[in-house]
Design a binder for this molecule. Structure first.
Ligand code: ADP
Ligand code: MG
Length: 258
């Protein structure tokens, strides 16, 4: 199967000599939902910034959606932890903003955005301003905006980290639903292990800085999945514990001190 993302021997340093990411290699096949978990500061966001071309690198190589990382590549969509909605645009205007930047015709972008808003449960809120929406609703709009793009590769950086537990579960289910329709390649960064296990085909566990891959764990749970059903599932819990143990190993001495 062709790779949507191929990273080879990547190492990255900022000003100091102490690397942020070291000797990092990863192949993500087309259509895979892969999560990256790892302690805060291990370089997860840095990795996404490298993949989108926002950060240059000198050591190693990256191919994503068939080319080198380049800012504004329409084959990649990027969703962040904070909803980053434009306050002067309605929910609908925000939902089609990404498509607008990519030159999708007004008629098409409106139709697609309305469809996605409906699917994320915001059918009656298309004209609402972001400030009148709850944080969960704003993140639904951001989810709609991301999935409304036709990009084959989606990068998501802790998109639900700022949400309360209940809303987070709802949005995880929505993500499963949206993804299961199309099976695009998703690289999903999270520090929530249950979220990673529930959503992914595969989980990469990173060590503390300098971030290296310490485990590559397949998640053979059947699909379609719902978060609620998974939380009662024996296999789900076994995999969760395995990922958790690997993460502890990656914390090394820090974990011993706690
Ligand atoms: N532009 C930058 N200049 C210098 N150091 C940075 C920069 N961006 C991130 N870092 C450092 O790199 C490390 C990894 O950061 P980050 O990728 O944000 O981690 P994570 O997303 O895994 O929490 C941290 O130690 C952070 O302080
Ligand atoms: Mg981060």
């Amino acid at each position: 199967m062709a790779s949507a993302i191929a990273i080879h021997s990547l190492s990255v340093r900022f000003q100091t000599d102490f690397p942020v990411i070291e000797n990092f290699s990863l192949n993500v096949p087309n259509g895979q939902f892969i999560s990256i978990v790892g302690p805060s500061g291990c370089g997860k966001t840095t990795l996404l910034n490298l993949l989108t071309g926002m950060l240059p690198f000198e050591e190693g190589s990256i191919t994503i959606a068939g080319s080198s990382p380049v800012i504004g590549n329409p084959d990649i969509a990027y969703m962040l932890a904070r909803d980053s909605l434009l306050p002067w645009r309605s929910a609908l205007g925000n939902a089609y903003y990404g498509m607008e930047l990519r030159g999708v015709s007004k008629q098409e972008r409106k139709a697609r955005a309305l469809n996605l808003l409906k699917r994320v449960g915001l059918k009656d809120f298309e004209n609402a301003w972001p400030k009148t929406l709850s944080q969960g609703m704003r993140q639904r709009v951001a989810l709609a905006r991301t999935f409304a793009l036709t990009s084959p590769v989606l990068l998501m950086d802790e998109p639900f980290a700022a949400l309360d537990a209940q809303t987070k579960l709802q949005l995880e289910d929505l993500t499963l639903e949206l993804w299961e329709n199309e099976h695009r390649t998703v690289l999903f960064v999270t520090h929530d292990l249950a979220e990673a296990v529930a959503l992914s085909d595969r989980i990469i566990v990173m060590s503390k800085r300098p971030g290296r891959i310490i485990a590559d764990i397949p998640i053979p749970l059947p699909r379609p999945r719902t978060v609620q059903a998974l939380h009662k599932d024996h296999d789900f819990h076994q995999i969760y514990v395995r990922v958790w143990e690997k993460l502890q190993e990656g914390l090394g001495e820090d974990a011993d001190q706690k």
